[in-house]
Design a protein around this ligand. Structure first.
Ligand code: SF4
Ligand code: SF4
Length: 478
């Protein structure tokens, strides 16, 4: 039994820590640029003031208590869920579109996991040094240097995680107040719980687990492969050029210049391993396209630097399509937009974006409904007048209190009865109000009236008046 157990293979691959080497180049610069912009937006937005009359003065605010979202001048309520759903749908299809064009570029440049992991690796590099120093520190036994450097790295990671979590929570209330409440112990329990779990998850995902999140935990990594086509631009090693007849070979005496190498049957790859050392997921792109590759382009930067130093043409590792990279005479890589799948995704995105913009542009500042109370359908009063009753409901979708005037078109004076109250409804921002009204018509008018039109107008804004046509009953329905 013992022998049998010892020959069984583990189902889990042993985790080998990755210490990526830093690299310079256009893709690295692009990644830093996106990171700076993303951080600026994420961390600064809760502090951006915005004038509001009936809500905290914050540009982006998710007011859970008031059940409304503010995004600058746009106030969204639960009834606007369609807009949010469309936004999510467009984002998902855009992701598919980008993947079909340039593989996992979203993962390599825009994903939160990548953005935060990049920053955490930068902290690690800052405290512990370049890749060789970090590898040495990892392998050496525990001493004062290791305790101090590991301690400082993890403390800075925790600090960054806490601020990330805190910022997320600041979107759900007035940021200056919430921050003070966090420190003086007056924040709600849900707030403290959110900060705790988000701090922990950010620290684990970006600091401890890093590439393992992309490889084992991200669902997108599992199915993005089906969107690849042979025209998709992916990070590719040009095997023919790199290996030639006799394979890759170090740039040793007699095999340094391109001419020398070609004469001996060696390819352009000098087997320096830089493309592997900079890779944040620890793979060797020379082994071909792998699902772990997040298309970050750092190996391209690394290899181009080596090619420059060797005075070889750049692009041994590059974004290219499988079809072009494997052809006998590869052309300059280009984005191939005119494919069935990209046209399909693109058309979908355009249509959905158009519908969403139309929805937002024609969105009214309030919602109204008028319903006839059908029990009883009508009442004949002692003076012969016919009375119908209605429920009028108004939802104020602005960020301030509004007054709505209720009227009915073309009926005699005094026919509209509010039961002693006024014909105006004061509705607080984001709230709904319902009133009951009576419409009483003389019998001869009632006999010729099948429908009436309620007009609900925000006070002082006649252009925004809404009209609701409803039935008026004076006979029992057969
Ligand atoms: S192989 Fe290259 S593109 Fe892929 S993850 Fe590694 S460094 Fe990034
Ligand atoms: S960086 Fe370029 S030359 Fe160096 S091992 Fe990688 S592919 Fe070969």
């Amino acid at each position: 039994m013992e022998n049998q157990a010892s020959t069984q293979e583990s189902l889990y691959e042993k985790h080998i820590p990755i210490f990526p080497r830093s690299v310079k180049g256009k893709f690295r610069t692009f990644k830093w640029g996106i990171l700076a912009m993303a951080y600026l937006v994420y961390f600064a937005l809760p502090w951006l003031p915005w004038d509001r009359s009936d809500a905290p003065h914050q540009a982006v605010l998710f007011d859970m208590v008031g059940r409304r979202f503010f995004i600058f001048d746009l106030a969204l309520y639960p009834q606007d869920i369609i807009v949010l759903s469309m936004l999510l749908f467009i984002a998902a299809v855009t992701l598919f579109f980008v993947t079909t064009l340039v593989g996992r570029a979203f993962c390599g440049y825009f994903c939160f996991q990548t953005l935060w992991t990049d920053f955490y690796i930068w902290i690690e590099h800052l405290v512990q040094g370049e890749r060789p120093a970090r590898t040495r520190l990892y392998k050496q036994g525990w001493n004062l240097e290791k305790v101090w450097k590991y301690g400082l790295t993890h403390a800075l990671w925790l600090l960054a995680s806490w601020w990330t979590a805190m910022t997320f929570v600041l979107y759900f209330g007035y940021a200056p107040d919430l921050l003070v409440k966090f420190f003086n112990g007056h924040m709600v329990t849900a707030g403290y719980t959110a900060v705790f779990f988000l701090t922990l998850s950010t620290y684990l995902a970006a600091g401890v687990l890093r590439e393992q999140v992309c490889i084992y935990m991200c669902p997108y990594a599992r199915f993005q492969g089906v969107m690849y086509e042979s025209e998709t631009l992916v990070v590719t090693y040009e095997t023919k050029r790199g290996e030639s007849d006799k394979g890759r070979h170090p740039a040793v005496q007699g095999a340094r210049t391109r001419e020398e190498r070609q004469a001996q049957g060696y390819g352009d790859c000098i087997d320096c391993g830089m493309c592997v050392q900079v890779c944040p997921v620890g793979i060797d792109i020379r082994n071909g396209l792998q699902y772990k590759c997040i298309s970050c382009g750092l190996c391209i930067d690394a290899c181009n630097t080596i090619m420059d130093s060797m005075k070889f043409p750049r692009g041994l590792v590059r974004y290219d399509s499988e079809i072009n990279a494997k052809s006998d005479n590869p052309q300059k890589p280009k984005l191939d937009l005119l494919r069935l799948r990209t046209i399909g995704y693109g058309t979908f995105i355009l249509i959905m974006t158009g519908i969403m913009i139309y929805n937002l542009a024609t969105r009214t500042s309030f919602e109204e409904s008028v319903q006839q109370i059908r029990q009883p359908l009508f009442v004949t009063l002692s003076d012969g007048e016919i009375r119908n009753r209605y429920q009028v409901r108004v939802t104020n979708k602005t960020d301030h209190e509004e007054t709505y005037v209720v009227a009915v078109k073309g009926i005699p004076d005094g026919a509209l009865d509010f039961g002693g109250s006024s014909n105006e409804m004061n509705v607080r921002a984001g709230k709904s109000l319902m009133i009951q009204v009576n419409v009483k018509l003389p019998p001869q008018v009632a006999a010729t009236t099948d429908t009436i039109e309620f007009i609900i107008t925000p006070k002082g804004k006649p252009d925004e008046a809404a009209v609701r046509k409803v039935r008026f009953n004076s006979k029992h329905e057969g």
